[in-house]
Write a protein that binds this ligand. Structure first.
Ligand code: FAD
Length: 539
């Protein structure tokens, strides 16, 4: 198993890289992995934790996108369906098939016949390879399938196949896949300025936000994959750069699943404004999303508002009237900014409206827009573009293709996890912990079990109400670049989202375990635990 430690500033400063990637969301991680697999020397810097931006605040769907179908963007749906197929194979423990039920009520913006026609096209564009083809249900069979749905006005429903993922862990696995091929990844390292020589960007000045200090990282090509921060990085190159993005805020709320009582993943049209919404299962919880509110708020400041919560709960209650969801029922919530490409950015782009790959004045390459689902193909396109932009003397004869469509991300090497399940149960771990480990780590769960075998205290739960165990914290530090308590509790083991108090009581234990790996003294560990309390308060 690869050891993945955070790259040190000194190592970054002393090398000269082929490619420097700014941003450790899914776009940056995907680009770093693609380039490293082609043999490039790659550095990636992320100002916070991996996936701390939009990439851990999505609807967690790997989907063709019914919305794009409505808009007539068939090429995008085709591409997304292909990528869904690839990710179900190459990230099999982090992306799983899910059956959706889409009910239609009288007065809905889309009648059932139109939905049926759309889903037929959805199946065609997926080349009939998305699992089961869609089916239509009449009112009676819809209620048999989802007894808690509002009966009044119900016309019927469609069942169709799509996929769900663990967004944050997909980013982490992808970044580790890059490290496996030699990429240097430095989290908590922010770009403060760009280095330009002879009219060409050739590096960046970065600041280490944990250890302190600044350094210059040099590279043949620099790619800006900073998601909703992309325009800020572009302005470092050219203060007059035209904005590429407009951002919208998307919010999700998590509630106990039994309050809604749904059996499938639900797609529905909000009775408030007709937008497509989801109620998605997540173990014993469900999350409801999402909103889509145009905003100019800074990406670091994006937060859930009362109006967002009212909209989501009212929409869900209207379709599941027995739920009576109220703000007190919310276990957790998250808000993210969609980095949407402005309509007038198309002229500068060499691609579709959905994402852009754009050269700046000094050849800073910005890659933004897109979605989680299509990150792999977007990354391949960005690396092709970077190779074309490479100064002639650095062009290294890299292959035209990286192999990311075939090679599994770390943890997904084995499709059949039965042997890992048997091992987990045989060492005495409870079934819920074993399933949690398989879903989070796939075949790498073996390494976590080995940690516990060497020190059985590491088999203890971090919180009695949650299946995560202490060994995961050690794994997170040694192999997943975790540097802070919130890196572990929010994006790696998810106590933040899955417990009503966000796993606050586990913070001191996590800090002690993490500190043991990262060389903290007791005072630093206490400070990091307290930082999590502040984070939860403000989060
Ligand atoms: C509400 C919502 C729901 C969504 N649902 C889905 C879905 O279900 N399926 C799907 O396919 N897509 C979905 N998306 C879209 C998808 O989440 C985004 O397209 C994707 O996550 C963008 O990733 P990114 O890497 O480009 O940006 P980010 O994840 O934001 O990454 C950019 C990174 O750059 C870093 N950075 C910024 N400035 C600097 C700097 N100066 N130095 C170093 N690092 C820096 C940031 O810290 C950040 O981590 C959704 C988006 C939203 C908002």
């Amino acid at each position: 198993m690869i050891a993945s430690r955070r790259a040190e500033l000194s190592a970054l400063a002393s090398d000269r890289f082929d490619l420097l990637v700014i941003g450790g969301g899914i776009t940056g991680a995907g680009i770093a992995r693609d380039a490293a697999m082609r043999g490039m020397a790659v550095a990636l810097v992320e100002q916070d934790d991996l996936a701390s931006g939009t990439s851990s605040r999505s609807s967690r769907l790997i989907h063709g996108g019914l919305r794009y179908l409505e808009q007539g963007h068939l090429q995008l749906v085709f591409e997304a369906a292909r990528e869904r197929r690839i990710l179900l194979e190459t990230a099999s423990h982090l992306v799983w098939p899910l059956e959706f039920l889409f009910p239609i009520h009288q007065g809905d913006r889309v009648p059932l016949w139109k939905l049926a026609a759309g889903l037929w096209l959805y199946d065609v564009l997926a080349l009939f390879r998305s699992g089961r083809r869609h089916r239509l249900l009449g009112k009676r069979r819809t209620l048999e399938a989802e007894p808690m749905l509002r009966e009044r006005g119900l016309v019927g429903a469609a069942l169709y196949a799509d996929a769900q993922c663990d967004d944050a862990r997909l980013v982490i696995a992808t970044a580790r896949g890059a490290i496996q091929y030699g990429a240097q990844v430095a989290t908590w390292t922010a770009v403060r300025g760009l280095v330009v020589e002879e009219g060409r960007v050739c590096g960046a000045e970065v600041e280490d936000l944990l250890g302190g200090g600044r350094a210059v990282i040099r590279a043949g090509v620099v790619i800006n994959a900073a998601g909703p921060w992309s325009d800020t990085i572009r302005r470092m190159e050219d203060p007059a750069a035209r904005p590429l993005l407009r951002t919208t805020r998307g919010v999700h709320v998590v509630v106990p699943r039994d309050r809604i009582g749904h059996r499938h993943a639900i797609t529905f049209l909000s009775p408030i404004d007709g937008r497509v919404m989801f109620i998605l299962p997540w173990g014993e919880l469900s999350y409801i999303g999402t909103t889509d509110t145009e905003t100019t708020e800074a990406p670091d400041a994006v937060a859930v508002t009362d109006a967002d919560v009212r909209y989501l709960l009212r929409s869900a209650n209207a379709r599941f009237p027995g739920a009576h969801l109220a703000p007190e029922d919310i276990v957790s919530s998250w808000a993210g900014l969609r980095p949407l490409v402005r309509d007038d950015a198309g002229a500068a782009s060499d691609n579709s409206r959905e994402h852009v790959v754009v050269d700046g004045r000094t050849r800073l390459i910005t890659v933004t827009g897109g979605k989680l689902t299509t990150y792999r193909s977007m990354a391949a396109e960005a690396v092709d573009h970077a190779i074309r932009a490479m100064p002639p003397k650095r062009r290294g004869g890299w292959p035209r293709e990286s192999g990311t469509a075939r090679e599994p991300v770390p943890g997904s090497e084995a499709r059949d996890l039965a042997a890992f399940r048997t091992r987990g149960l045989s060492v005495g771990l409870p079934a819920d912990t074993v399933e949690h480990l398989l879903r989070h780590y796939g075949s790498e769960s073996a390494g976590i079990i080995n940690l516990g075998m060497a020190n059985r205290a590491l088999f203890e739960r971090l919180d009695p109400r949650h299946p995560a165990i202490a060994a995961e914290v050690i794994h997170a530090a040694r192999r997943e670049l975790a540097q802070r308590v919130e890196d572990v509790l929010v994006r790696r083991v998810h106590l933040y989202y899955e417990l009503p108090d966000h796993g606050l009581a586990a913070a001191p234990r996590v800090a002690t375990l993490l500190g043991g790996e990262l060389g903290w003294d007791a005072e630093r560990a206490a400070m990091e635990a307290a930082r999590y309390t502040t984070f939860v308060g403000g989060g």
